[in-house]
Design a protein around this ligand. Structure first.
Ligand SMILES: *Cc1c(COP(=O)(O)O)cnc(C)c1O
Length: 395
């Protein structure tokens, strides 16, 4: 059996998204900036996509800027706020310890340029509170950037509360909502969000396309200079096929949020319940307040990478840590942020589901994982010492 359970890394494109793209490759392929009528047809398609994306977020079409994906949107949002703050002597930024690297590495680059970044500590269930944000805000704070939902452990953050605090204090608020868009209900106006990043390939759209929502009035800086596309804020000929795929996938996902959650949540909870029976393991993230498709565990006494290879041999695609971290030997910064010790953090497994997964696939995973864990523990000298009582268990 082939089971794809790595939907937090990327998703399969939906048939609707593929179909929405096709006409814009060989029929309506003109440059949307061209004055001829072929170009204008492309420009009309672009305008309609922008309108549909805006509708899904509850904002105006002119508040949507298409980017090459979530990473670019994160970079542009954060750099824009920093440049704006710098001019006003505001060089303090608030974020969290468990953001995606697109946010963390952008912040680290700003730290080298003299910005002070405060990384709020994350609680054991993978959450922060609006109160923490309120207490961290200073007169010189130019930006609060907090992710909407965590890509590794699935916890969903109190974005509306944080938005309210930021609005009250007059501080810009950006959220990396790449894991949330199309999966959770979002209304940027009601939630007081000033900037939001999204990416099509996390909701069955194409890769390499995303968007930045920036409330009108927010001053954006360019990170790509050139032509006047995207209201002069993001140069480069628009990738209309990808933009049409994004809009179609987003409309689909946003129209089906409740239906998909109702389907996925029981599958997720069955996985969590079944895997919890494995001795010496722990669920990562909040058991209730989590993304409908996210399952994340730490198993003591094993290496996540070995587990992935053995699961892969059985046809199961999963992940350990984050895709960006794999390949390095450092344990995931997300798992360390929620207080997992290094040894335990190395034994993590993330299974992320989509509506394409079936109940039979869940049964298959539930049969495979305990066997793989037992096999790997059986080969570990460290585990033997723990079993013999020569060493303490952590979990
Ligand atoms: C995937 C992801 C990104 C990066 O998006 P890309 O479109 O792949 O650049 C950023 N943030 C989070 C939370 C993600 O899950």
């Amino acid at each position: 059996m082939e089971v794809y359970a790595d939907n937090a890394a990327t998703t399969k494109m939906s048939g609707r998204a593929v179909e929405a793209m096709l006409p814009y490759m060989q029929e309506i392929y003109a440059n949307a900036s061209s004055l001829h009528s072929a170009g204008q047809r492309a420009a009309e398609a672009l305008a309609s996509a922008r309108e549909r994306v805006a509708k899904c977020l509850g904002c105006l079409p002119r508040e949507i800027y298409f980017t090459s994906g979530g990473s670019e949107a994160d970079n542009q949002a954060i750099v824009s706020a920093a440049r704006w703050g710098e001019k006003r002597g505001k060089k303090h930024i608030i974020s969290t310890a468990f953001e995606h690297h697109a946010v963390l590495h952008t912040l680290q680059a700003l730290e080298k340029q003299g910005f002070e970044v405060e990384y709020l500590p994350v609680g054991a269930l993978g959450n922060i509170t609006a109160q923490q944000v309120a207490e961290a805000i200073r007169p010189e704070t130019c930006l609060v950037t907090v992710m909407y939902a965590n890509n590794e452990i699935g916890s969903v953050l109190p974005i509306a509360e944080i938005g309210a605090v930021c609005r009250e204090q007059g501080v810009l608020f950006h959220t990396d909502a790449v894991q949330a868009v199309g999966h959770l209900h979002i209304d940027v106006k009601a939630q007081n969000i000033d900037m939001l990043s999204l990416s099509a390939h996390k909701f069955h759209g194409p890769k390499g396309i995303g968007a930045l929502y920036a409330r009108s009035g927010v001053v954006l800086s360019n990170i790509i200079e050139g032509g006047a596309q995207e209201r002069g804020k993001r140069a480069g000929t628009e990738n209309i096929p990808a933009i049409m795929g994004l809009a179609a996938a987003m409309e689909d996902a946003c129209a089906n949020i409740d239906k998909n959650a109702a389907y996925l949540t029981p599958l997720r909870d069955r996985l969590i319940e079944g895997l919890s029976k494995i001795p010496h393991c722990a669920l990562n993230g909040d058991p209730v307040n989590r993304l409908p498709g996210n399952v994340s565990f730490c198993f003591e006494g094993i290496e996540g990478e070995s587990m992935l290879l053995l699961l892969d041999a059985r046809g199961i695609s999963a992940s350990s840590g984050s895709a960006c971290t794999s390949g390095s030997l450092d344990p995931s910064h997300v798992l360390l942020a929620i207080g997992r010790v290094h040894e335990v953090a190395h034994g993590s497994l993330r299974l992320s589901l989509s509506e394409y997964n079936t109940p039979e696939e869940i049964d298959y995973i539930l049969a495979a994982v305990p066997e793989v864990v037992e096999y790997l523990r059986g080969m570990s000298p460290l585990w033997r010492e723990k079993m013999n009582g020569e060493r303490e268990f952590i979990l």
